[in-house]
Ligand binder design. Structure first.
Ligand SMILES: Nc1nc2c(ncn2[C@@H]2O[C@H](COP(=O)(O)OP(=O)(O)OP(=O)(O)O)[C@@H](O)[C@H]2O)c(=O)[nH]1
Ligand SMILES: [Mg+2]
Length: 340
């Protein structure tokens, strides 16, 4: 963090970290640029902000007629309870998993570099959906230049490897390095999981440092009869990502992903009802642990959040119909009635 930044700048930076929508992120970047003190000590950061404004503006503009760039935007708007990106070496089975988990028609090929564009899809889990974004591979030779941008709104990463391929112990460190060069760090720390070993908190204060909770997906388990393979791999890498073993071919292990993500991301479902009407128990709104009644109201409608006075709540932590304030924390399964 450069010295002498103003409270306005700090506020803009804070908003940028929280913003998920690409358009909101762009607004926040512009605000950061407007408020950053223009002196020598902030030159690097100013340049970084400018580059990011340019990249995001281009991404959002979509195809350019007659220009160099053409094709759809590479930033996938987050939808559902959370957005997770699939990253991994070529041919690991990312698209095969994506297709089975979300019913997408992501291209699958017996050769590397099949996927060229991000493909969104929704993984159903109980009464919610979690967005999975299939991405092109990352290798020592190649990484799409837009890939880092596509990762910015993500809540986490599925790091997919072909566990039957002996090369994966070299592929993973290469991927981690390529991402780290662009300030994206894959971390084993998830909000809802006790860490296997202590994770060093970031001390750089760099607003563009992105830490993404990561689960290692050991795919193609059908080809790999040695059950120790994952441990050997982690030993070799010196890494302790939580791991799920799967086979996109047989479907083994696929059922574990939804419950894992729900727990690891601490997703909280809240149902709403209108005063005097039946509860809407089909479609919950989702926040994370630590979310409040006001956060849920904001998801229902901006105006409702602005006018919110109190809520009546039914759930495990309250007595039926208890009156609570906007700052009251919500728990999974709560039903709330918002009063303006
Ligand atoms: N045996 C077996 N084969 C698999 C499994 N998952 C994927 N494959 C095969 O592996 C090959 C690559 O699959 P893709 O899903 O295209 O892999 P990808 O990681 O998306 O590849 P890129 O897009 O090139 O990065 C295909 O021939 C798949 O049929 C699996 O669990 N078991
Ligand atoms: Mg693919």
């Amino acid at each position: 963090m450069p010295t002498n930044v103003t409270p306005d700048y700090k506020k803009a930076e804070e908003a940028y970290r929280k913003a998920r929508e690409p358009r909101d992120r762009l607004d926040c970047l512009r605000e950061m640029f407007r408020t950053i003190p223009k002196h020598k000590g902030t030159e690097h950061l100013q340049a970084d902000i400018k580059t990011r404004i340019k990249q995001l503006t281009e991404e959002l503009a979509g195809p350019k007629k007659g220009g160099r760039r053409s094709g759809p935007s590479h930033v996938v708007r987050p939808e559902g309870a959370a957005q997770l990106c699939l990253i991994g070496p070529p041919n690991a089975g990312k698209s095969s998993l994506h297709a089975r988990l979300t019913g997408s028609h992501s291209d699958i090929g017996p050769y590397p570099y099949t996927t060229h564009l991000p493909v969104p899809g929704m993984l159903p889990y109980e009464d919610i959906h979690i967005q999975l974004v299939d991405l092109p591979p990352v290798s020592g030779d190649f990484m799409e230049p837009w890939l880092i941008n596509a990762l910015q709104p993500a809540d986490g990463v599925l790091l997919v490897v072909d566990i039957s391929d002996p090369d994966c112990s070299e592929q993973i460190p290469t991927i981690l390095e390529r991402l780290a060069e662009k300030k994206v760090f894959l971390t084993p720390a998830w909000p809802g999981l006790a860490p296997a070993e202590p994770v060093e908190p970031d001390k750089t204060g760099d607003p563009f440092r992105l830490e993404l909770p990561t689960v290692l997906i050991a795919n193609k388990s059908d080809l790999d009869p040695d059950p120790e393979e994952v441990e050997i791999l982690e030993e070799l890498l010196g890494l302790r990502f939580p791991t799920l073993t799967m086979s996109a071919q047989t479907g083994d292990g696929l059922d574990e992903l939804g419950p894992f993500l729900f727990r690891a991301l601490e997703i909280v479902r809240v149902y709403t009802k209108t005063p005097g009407k039946q509860a809407d128990t089909d479609k919950p709104f989702t926040v994370r642990r630590g979310g409040t009644v006001l956060d849920v109201a904001g998801l229902v409608h901006k105006d409702i959040a602005e006018g919110l006075k109190f809520a009546r709540m039914w759930g495990a932590e309250v007595f039926d119909g208890q009156q609570v304030g906007p700052d009251h924390l919500v728990s999974d399964g709560d039903l709330i009635e918002l009063h303006l």
